[in-house]
Design a protein around this ligand. Structure first.
Ligand code: F6R
Length: 608
């Protein structure tokens, strides 16, 4: 989704804004722009396409000034074009606005403003904002922005500058992320922390309807009634390098390789031998856990796939029935929810519009909500009753890998936590499972060593137009994620099927040379999976299998095999997904695709 930045200080704003925007590229965008106050006038440069285009324009025609706002746009209302790019301004260009989100009542506002004589030049919803601010402007930018936002419905994070008050940046958020960076005699706004990390580690994490007034002397925060508010400074502990490629060709490859570390980080101080699972931000009592009669796991995309693994795990360990829902379906299907229903929402960004709406729907019906999210202070974390942060660090590649891995870890932690509290497993069994879990990061390192086999298979198969992923039980859940990854970044069409479902239709598509990736890591389902593999082999498919060490006999049936270190079948998703991520990565590289920024996709989907 769109990214916004803002700067006020003693340095030239232009390079700082562009650098900040480059750290937000991961959010997905199709155009970019900046507005900078140069000698009491707002100068705007914006254009369709990559940031490089904007940089080119700025180097041909530089803007000098120490105060400005910048934007990367991901089109929602109006096609990607120079005209629709942000910043947008009022007619005399004294007010300039960058906006992330959607103004749902923009058509009514546009009509009303038009009746007052305002003229619109773009097709965007955003353009109503500078005109509204203009309408309410009586010499105080903060007050005018407050009055304008009181008329706006929908989601927004906005940054505003005004040439009549050339020493201010005003900002506010509602249902769209925004942080404030506090440097030394310089201040920033941004949609996400990496945009300011090269300048400061001290930030304010804004809540909805909190207004920011930045001058060269400091930052003041206000509530919607205009009263000053105090906020704790959040100190960012992760390194700026965490948001850089660190020697890897792509962020995705770097993030795949970070998985052993982030698994460890997510378990640290939570999963310890000889101690109960410790979850600081989940305040549920034993009695409340006993009373849960149903769990809904709700999420989108990759996070939804982590939820499917969660279903298997929580049902198995804690014996509580779990339903997994796609957030955009849950919110409209009138689900049966009561006070003993627990909802677990999973969201890397914590800002996904559908997931947030599903959370609100469940809460309004009395459910308790646990948020599993990667972003501290994100919307879902603020609205849920309890939180389990995944410690994946910033995930820059649009396709999720390490965040998924930590979401899986979170599912196992929650499963064990409930099992401990409900007494569904003996203490010895829980200790055994914890020991297995703690050994997983090392086994994940082993899986990364299979890079070459995977790369070879990718180089022989990347030109295929269709593929199939097969699995049973937990392998089926991972097959879905493998298939999504392949589609997203290599644009190869693929389908994931439960092995037992093959005969009910999809087998009709198998012909000579069809590529099938078969997961056969579940001990109790191994023989059944081998039968499914034989069914597709007989019809001419080429099969890459994933199996646990010790099952070398599978080689008689398949074309290539990748072995995973021996592990309890319950935990195989954490390992088996790694070769699948690598496979989609290498297939995409072979095809020359833009791995980190696949077409049509955005990292954080903050609109419905
Ligand atoms: C796939 C991917 C998406 C996200 C989905 C939910 O690689 O990244 O499918 O998983 O958009 O996003 P979050 O987890 O931020 O709610």
């Amino acid at each position: 989704m769109c990214g916004i930045v803002g700067y006020i200080g003693k340095r030239q704003a232009s390079p700082i804004l562009v650098e900040g925007l480059s750290k937000l590229e991961y959010r997905g965008y199709d155009s970019a722009g900046v507005a900078i106050i140069e000698e009491d006038e707002i100068k705007t440069t914006k254009c369709k396409g990559r940031l490089l285009n904007l940089e080119g324009k700025l180097s041909n025609d530089p803007i000098k000034g120490n105060i400005g706002i910048g934007h990367t746009r991901w089109a929602t209302h109006g096609e990607p074009s120079d005209k629709n790019s942000h910043p947008h301004s009022n007619e005399n260009e004294s007010i300039s606005v960058v906006h992330n989100g959607i103004i749902e009542n923009y058509l009514q506002l546009r009509e009303w403003l038009t009746s007052k004589g305002y003229k619109f030049v773009s097709e965007t919803d955003t353009e109503v904002i500078p005109h509204l601010v203009d309408y309410y402007y009586k010499g105080d930018l903060l007050k005018a922005v407050m009055a304008a936002t009181s008329k706006m419905e929908g989601s927004y994070a906005i940054g505003v500058v005004c040439s009549k008050e050339p020493d201010k940046v005003v900002a506010v958020r509602k249902d769209s992320p925004l942080i404030v960076g506090i440097g030394e005699d310089e201040y920033f706004i941004a949609s996400d922390i990496p945009a300011v990390l090269n300048h400061t580690r001290n930030v304010y994490l804004l809540n909805d309807k909190e207004f920011v007034l930045m001058t060269k002397d400091g930052v003041k925060l206000f509530n919607e009634d205009g009263e000053g508010i105090n906020k704790e400074v959040y100190h960012v502990t992760w390194n700026a390098d965490a948001a850089e490629k660190g020697g890897y060709e792509h962020f995705m490859l770097k993030e795949i390789h970070e998985q052993p570390k982030v698994m460890r980080d997510t378990m640290t101080s939570r999963v310890m031998l000889g101690k109960n699972i410790t979850l600081d931000d989940i305040k549920m009592t034993k009695e409340e856990i006993h009373n849960i009669n149903k769990v809904y796991i709700v999420a989108c995309g990759t996070a939804y796939h982590a939820g499917i693994v969660g279903k298997y795990v929580i049902e198995k360990l804690a014996r509580i029935p779990v339903e997994v829902d796609i957030a955009s379906e849950f919110r409209y299907r009138n689900p049966i929810v009561d006070k003993n229903t627990l909802m677990i929402v999973i969201s890397q960004s914590g800002e996904t519009a559908d997931t947030l709406a599903a959370l609100r729907e469940a809460k309004s019906q009395g459910a308790r909500v646990i948020a599993v999210t990667n972003v501290v202070g994100s919307s879902v974390s603020r609205e849920a009753d309890d939180i389990l942060y995944t410690w994946a660090g910033p995930e820059i590649a649009v396709a999720s890998t390490k965040a998924y891995e930590t979401q899986l870890v979170a599912m196992y932690i929650i499963g064990l936590f409930f099992a401990e509290n409900k007494g569904t497993l003996s203490k010895e069994k829980i200790e055994e499972l914890k020991a297995e879990m703690l050994a997983l990061p090392e086994k994940a390192e082993e899986c990364l060593k299979h890079k070459e086999v995977v790369q070879k298979f990718a180089s022989k198969t990347y030109m295929h137009k269709d593929m199939f992923f097969l699995g049973r039980g937990l392998d089926y859940a991972v097959a879905m994620e493998g298939s999504l990854k392949l589609k997203e970044i290599s644009y190869i069409h693929s389908e994931a099927y439960a092995g037992g479902e093959l005969k009910h239709g999809p087998i009709a598509l198998i012909e000579k040379g069809t590529i099938v990736i078969a997961l056969a890591t579940q001990e109790d389902l191994f023989e059944k999976m081998v039968s499914n593999i034989k069914e597709v082999k007989t019809r001419g498919a080429k099969v890459l299998a994933l199996a646990l060490e010790g099952h070398e006999d599978i080689e008689k049936t398949v074309d290539s095999t990748i072995y995973l270190p021996k592990v309890n079948s319950l935990f195989t998703p954490l390992l088996s997904v790694i070769p699948l991520q690598l496979y989609s990565y290498y297939a995409a590289v072979q095809k020359g695709c833009d791995v980190d920024k696949p077409r049509n996709l955005a990292k954080s989907v903050t609109v419905e």
